[in-house]
Design a protein around this ligand. Structure first.
Ligand code: ATP
Ligand code: MG
Length: 234
């Protein structure tokens, strides 16, 4: 469907970096991709270009203006906290129905490929009752799970997949569309080698493509993932 939700095992794992790399790859192929980062915490209005939304807009070659930020990241909060806490700091809350409507409008629009970056990890709370997982399912999009290669990342990746599998493979109509790919973004300085992480993960994950993103030569992994998510020729 050429529209995907980018989630991860946690914050700072490389969702935005990878989304930007995919957007640049598709632009270089002559496509006209789109990206959203609907919920943003830790947003500094004096440095919008340093935010995830700023990075995505720059990758798309769009201006980092208030109008563009409103278009792709309407829920912006100052505190670097989980979205529910960051919103509460400002006496606000994220209306889950509005967030899902916003995401679905982008999915219904024709522009492809489309990436929607989540916030934090799969189970990051959005309000008192909803997490990112609920948002992924409600968006109807297949997701890309970004994980790392640090010691402990295998458990984090498998835990995230288990959480997703619980809601995505129940057979209930309207359930999420599954996990399209797992991107293992190499953790710098890790004691665990990237290929060893992939090999170990592959023994526990059946039927989901695993893509290695090597720090010193990321392009091969980015290109493979871009092709998996958006296979048709231009
Ligand atoms: N493969 C990579 N090569 C170089 N830098 C990377 C790579 N992956 C991540 N980074 C850097 O690591 C930091 C964290 O990555 P990023 O911001 O993409 O994480 P995130 O999962 O989007 O975090 P958040 O939860 O805040 O949205 C950033 O400074 C980013 O540029
Ligand atoms: Mg990000």
């Amino acid at each position: 469907m050429e529209a995907h939700f980018i989630t991860g095992t946690g914050t700072d794992i490389g969702k935005t970096w990878l989304a930007c790399a995919l957007l640049r790859h598709w632009l270089a192929e002559g496509r006209r991709p789109a990206a959203l980062k609907p919920v943003l915490s830790g947003f500094d209005p004096l440095q919008p270009q340093a935010s995830d939304a700023g990075a995505l807009l720059a990758a798309l070659g769009r201006e980092v203006s208030s109008a563009e930020l409103d278009a792709i990241a309407p829920w912006r909060f100052a505190a670097s906290l989980s979205p529910d806490m960051a919103a509460a700091r400002e006496g606000r809350r994220i209306d889950f129905v509005e967030l899902v409507d916003f995401s679905r409008r982008a999915v219904a629009a024709p522009q492809r490929p489309l990436l929607i970056e989540g916030v934090g990890g799969v189970m990051a709370p959005l309000d008192e009752t909803h997490t990112v997982r609920d948002w992924i399912v409600a968006s109807g999009l297949p997701c890309v799970l970004v994980t790392g290669s640090y010691l402990g990342s295998l458990s984090h990746a498998l835990t995230a997949l288990e959480a997703l599998a619980r809601v995505m493979r129940s057979g209930i109509p309207g359930d999420g569309a599954g996990v399209a790919a797992i991107a293992v973004n190499e953790t710098p300085g890790s004691t665990v080698a990237l290929d060893a992480t992939l090999e170990a993960l592959s023994r526990h994950v059946a039927g989901i493509p695993l893509v290695a993103i090597a720090r010193d030569s990321p392009q091969a992994g980015v290109a493979r993932l871009a092709g998996l998510l958006c296979p048709e020729a231009v």
